[in-house]
Design a protein around this ligand. Sequence first.
Ligand code: C2E
Ligand code: CA
Ligand code: CA
Length: 556
Amino acid sequence: MSLIGGLLKEFGDHRAVLDLLDAAGDAVVLLENGVVAGASTRCPLPLRDFLCEGSLFLNLFHGASSAQVKQALERAQAGRTSTVYAPFTFESELHLEWQFRPVRLAQRPLVFAVGRDISHHRTIQERLLQQATHDALTGLPNRLLLEDRLREAIEVAQRSGVGFAVAALDLDGFKKINDGLGHAAGDALLQKTAARLKQTLRQQDTLARLGGDEFVAIFPGVDKPAAAMHVGQRLLDALREPFTLLDYTMHVATSVGLALYPAHATLDHRLLAAADEALYQAKDAGKGVVKLYAPEPGPALAKIPALEAELFRAVQKKELSLVYQPIVDAQGNWLGLETLMRWHHPELGTISPAEFIPLAESCGLIQLVGAWALQQSCLDVAWLRAHTGQELYVAVNVSPKQLRSHGFMPLVIDALEVSGLPPSALSIEITENTLIVDPDEAGKLLNELMAMGVRVMVDDFGTGYSSLAYLKRFSIDCLKVDRSFVAQLDRPGPDREVCMAILAVARELNLHTVAEGVESVAQFDTLKEAGCERFQGWLFAKPMALPQLAQALQPK
Ligand code: C2E
Ligand code: CA
Ligand code: CA
């Protein structure tokens, strides 16, 4: 007899039972004292075969699920409804979410177990998690998951007293292959590398790709130098055989750097930094070398890889901030603001952008940091305009790598849209070197920016490699005369000549000019005389945080 039929016959109050079953999910089981008293015909196979009347419901589950179901049953028997996720596994896995509801029928305390098949949700959830924590190209864990695994390894090591090793590895000359044979070949090489490296690992090891050709592996339990060197060597050996890519056979050399927990560092980011430093040391020693971290004496700032890790942490901990320096006209009126970044390090104090921006560029963090600076600048200046009624523009420094990344144009569009800042109120400052590296690509980008109404300034003009002929090719609005020339204005000499020449050329090409680093009235007067239109420097104002700016702009 079917469950419904049985219930109707037994309990008479068919409306309540039918309502319940109509609303029910994929499996409905009636339980009396934890024993199956009946099951709906909609129960998916093979679960249905296991739900014989008289069998113990709890026997369907194992491990943690069994404990959870037991608790939920006890709660239901005490009159409370609860829901638990408890998969049923037989040959394959059925992802079921069970609701246990107490019912009193014909004076008997019964429990309805209503199971919903949530396989679909779980697949989506798993896929989203996979995307957020894995690298799409190789399927390996990404930086996020690696950091998680590192923290896990540290916890395990602290409990067990057995340390572990971290290996950093990259491919020598990867860029050459990528540039020479194209990205498809580069991608294929990375996939093959990942597959070979994976084969050398034990089940408990983790291999992650951090981006580009950088890989990191964690080896739990490997805490002696000799054992670490051995696993490092295994990674090297895995890549010794040549690769075949698009009909080419090629040898790819690798270097491996190793760091040990707890001998070399006890914090996750410091361990990564130590492995990275060992990798640099390995590369210095020649190709195809494995090196164990050996700390070098010296001031904290000299340890570049450690500082990179600090910078990564700084982004997460929001230690970076923005200040704005006014750009004025010949009468001293404020026309715009240049955004300058600051890093307030908890131990080292304020670190200059001249120091950490190149670092951010070399370790790939510039994308993250630069995107934030652009968005925040637009928001801040839009607020300032609304608050003070002054139509100031904002000039944001953009690194070559950031400008060339695919995400740059969408980022600009987004920053303008979200802040409501008109495009004409945004300038981006690029250096001459940006134009030199890939002039065609840069030209296209600058045209797109100009078409949107965003202005482009060439920063530090006169210090890079570009020739004046370049200037005509690009959609540029303004030249910024580098501070080093302005500093020499008081004395006759070649710098003064260059400064004058730049101003003359700018006039010829119809470009605006900003002189940077104006500190004295004498410099200001000379620049004005030579036709410079805009000025920036301590003579007028130092860089300021947003609240100070708002205050300075209040009508007196
Ligand atoms: P920059 O773009 O040439 O910025 C001008 C620098 O000159 C700033 O240094 C500013 O504080 C300083 N300065 C301004 N007026 C005077 C003056 O009258 N006298 C002197 N001696 N210096 C003056 P800062 O803030 O240390 O920035 C250094 C460099 O870091 C910047 O040079 C820029 O290249 C880079 N930078 C700063 N913020 C960012 C950013 O958000 N993104 C990128 N990509 N680079 C940034
Ligand atoms: Ca600048
Ligand atoms: Ca500059």
